[in-house]
Design a protein. Sequence first.
Lengths: 123, 414
Amino acid sequence: MARYFTEEHEWIDVEGDSATVGITDYAQGQLGDIVFVELPEVGSVIDKGKDAAVVESVKAASDVYAPISGEVMESNEALEEDPALVNTSPEETGWFFKMTIGDKSELEGLMDAKAYKSFCDSL
Amino acid sequence: MGCFPAPGSARPCFEGRDLSETEENEQQETGTLPLDAWHRGKGARMVEFAGYWMPIQYNKESGGGIVAEHEWTRSSAGLFDVSHMGQLMVTGEKAAEELEKLLPGAIGTLKPGRVRYSLLLNDEGGILDDLMVTNATPWIEGDEEAGTEGHWGEPAYYIVVNGAMKWDDIAHLREHLDDDVTLTHMDDYALVALQGPNAATALNRIMRGVPEQLVFMQSLEHDFGEWPLRITRAGYTGEDGFEISVPAEFAESLCDRLCAEIEVRPAGLGARDSLRLEAGLPLYGHDMTETVDPVSADLAFALTKKRRETGGWMGFDAVRTLMESGPKERRVGLALEGRLPAREGAEIYVGDDKVGRVTSGGFSPTLGHPIAMGYVDVAHAEAGTDLEIMVRNKRLAAKVVTLPFVSHNYYRGS
C-alpha cells in the first residue's frame, strides 16, 4: 500500500484500484477543533481538484478537494458521531472516504511522505 | 479569519469560506503590537486581524486550542490581548457636552469611574462603531500647606473602540468635536482582558484589594509599582473580568505576572469570538454595520432614556422615526439542531420566503450545538419561532431564542 500526499494537505492510501482519503495531521492542526465533517455521498463521482468534502471547525468552514477523480465507495460514518476523530487520529481512524481510482496517471506528481514533510516545513 | 494561515505562507491550508476580516488592512502593511513576541513565545498562531498580527489560538502543547481556551475562560480565567483596539482620551471642560453630540448615551451624568456602552451613529442612524466610554476624570488631592482642597480635575473620558474602525472613528471625532476638547490616541498603550469566574481571585493575589473596589462597568486608575494601569471591570465574554490598559513597555511583564497565577492561561481571538457569540454580544462589521440602526440591532439600551426624548445627537431624527414606526427586522439569537454550523451570510427561511440572514454563527462549545445571530423580519423574530437556515443547499432547523445563549456572569456586588 502506498500513501501519497497533496499540496492541499490530503493523504491518499492506494490499494489496487481503490483509495482511502483523509486530511493530514498538519491540516487538522491548522483547522483546529473540528465540529462537523460533510462527506460526499456514496456513489457520487468526484473530480480531481473539485470540492469533495467540507470540514467545519469552531470558527470556519473549509473545503476539502478531491485529490484524484473517481467514484465514492464508502464514507466514514464514525465522523458523524465523532468529528473530533479528525483531530485525534487524522491519518488513521479519522479517514474521510474511500473511492475508486478513475485515472492512475493522476497519482503521478503527488508527494510521498518525505516530500510532503519538506513541503510543510517550507510553509 | 477563515483558515488561520500561518504568517509568511501563501496558502498553508484549505480555502476558508469565512473571510470575515477582508475589508481591513487594504494595502497597509500588517502591524505588530506590543505583545507580539510574547504571544509567539507562548506558541500562538498569529493571523492578520484589524491590520495587526494577532493570536488566534495557542498551541496544543501549552493547553491551547479554541475549544480548550474557551472552556478555560468559562471555568477559570483567560487572558486576551486586545491591544488592536483603539484607546482614546477626550479631555476638556466641554468634553461631555461635545461627546453627547455624537453619542446617544448620557455622558454628562456619567459619574467618575463609571463606564457606559455606547455607539457612534451617522446622520441616517447607521452604526459607525460601538464603544465603551469611561469617565476618567482624575481626583486631585488637596494640599493642606497650599490650602487647597481635593477636587475633580479636568474632565476626561477614556473611550475604547474597535480596532478595525479606530482610524475612521478618530477622523469622525476630530471632524465633529469642538476644538476646545483634546482627542488623544493612546497608541503607546496595550490593552489586555482577564476574563472568567476566577479573574478576580487571580488579580486580587497580584493587586490586593483592587478587584473589590470595582463592580461590573466601573473603572479606576491603579499604580502597580511603576506601572500606571487603568483597570475596568468589563469585557466581551459574558464572564466577570477586567480590562487592563497598560503602557506598552510594561505589557509583557504584566502578562507574565497574570499568567503566573494558576487560574490564568492565555486565550486567543478564536475563543474570544465563540465566547462573545455565546454571550449574545454583537460584533461590529458583522452583527452591526453602518447600514444597521440601533433599534433593529436590539441595542436600544445604549440610547439613554432621557436622551431619546431630548435628542441633540447625530442620527437622532432617523432613530426617533424608527422607534415610532418600529423596525422591519431585528437581531435575534438562533439555536440550531444537529452539528452543522450556519455561518455569516447564510439565508433564513420560513417555507419559501426568505425572512432573514445570519450575521455570525459557529459552534457553541458550552452548549454542544451550533448557534448564530442574525437579522429576521419582525413577524418571525419572537422567541420560540421555528425557522430554517440554508447551508450548502441543506435546510437546517433553527429556533429563535432569547439572548444570551449562555447566561452572563457579571459581578454586580455582593
